[in-house]
Design a protein around this ligand. Sequence first.
Ligand SMILES: NC(=O)c1ccc[n+]([C@@H]2O[C@H](COP(=O)([O-])OP(=O)(O)OC[C@H]3O[C@@H](n4cnc5c(N)ncnc54)[C@H](O)[C@@H]3O)[C@@H](O)[C@H]2O)c1
Length: 315
Amino acid sequence: MKVLITGGAGFIGCNFVRHMLREHPGIEIVVLDKLTYAGRLENLEDVKDKTKFVKGDICDKDIVHKVMTGCDSVVNFAAETHVDRSISSPEEFVRTDVLGVFTLLEEARKSDVKRFEQISTDEVYGSTESGSFSEKTLLDPSSPYSASKAGGELLARSYARTYGLNVVVTRSSNNYGPFQFPEKLIPVLIIKALRDEPLPIYGKGLNVRDWLHVDDNCRAIELVLNKGKPGDIVNIGSGNEVPNIEIAKKILHHMNKPESLIKFVADRPGHDFRYSLDWGRLRELGWSPHVKLEDGLKRTVDWYLKNRSWWLPIA
Ligand SMILES: NC(=O)c1ccc[n+]([C@@H]2O[C@H](COP(=O)([O-])OP(=O)(O)OC[C@H]3O[C@@H](n4cnc5c(N)ncnc54)[C@H](O)[C@@H]3O)[C@@H](O)[C@H]2O)c1
């Protein structure tokens, strides 16, 4: 089996590469990654002898053609991913998250690829005060990030219907775990707490996210890759809906730091209040989350404490 993993030098991608190597010794993995500020070769250091790495842009059709040739499946993690950056500089989001997906799909439909998995996000649904989003809920994205991700996955689904490409889409909730770039909430909070600096929390800290450990997400992504029906869209949640303020308190607790470090800052424009997923389809496929939030957070705090040399140059 030969798999192309695009964006494999980023947070979830590098964890997925490790997951696949653990689960399938002998698998051939090609990683295509542009190495933007968020992608780092260091993230693949321990697996560099077991993977083929190609530096390149998913919008570059010649490179995409070269790396996809001979692959059985493609899992596309490559994306611009930070909502705040999408508000200040949306163009790169539209380029990578829409045009990049299109470039991959165009190559995939002409090639022998048997499965194309597009990694999308629960943010495509927008926000809800109550209830949970099912895969049939209308898409209502709020930020240039989530709108671009919605565009990418709609294109992927159109390639399934129009060209018969074997596409599956996953929409996961917020991930946390090792190798997450220190601009996202949990690593930011850990590093600030370690430095005894104020922990910035948007608004009143009441926005709710369903926190999913990256290891659980990787298991789900692989399951959908192997067992999803062509055209399937699958939510990946974890049942850990927690307001941001509680996440900050839990991290401070694990680090023996005072809650007085929490500092409320002006809210993000268009900030979605709550995401909540119904992941019944994934349960049908046989998945349930393994990592409890308290354990996962503790492990993540420990990872950042032990791996200062990884984050010091970029924090
Ligand atoms: N992190 C989350 O909580 C979360 C939740 C739901 C969905 N997702 C989705 O999962 C995927 C991975 O997210 P992440 O948090 O690992 O992101 P990340 O920002 O850590 O990594 C993105 C990777 O994509 C690469 N990349 C960016 N533009 C590229 C391009 N044009 N060509 C090739 N490579 C490019 C970067 O170099 C980086 O390695 C994304 O598609 C994201 O939308 C993430």
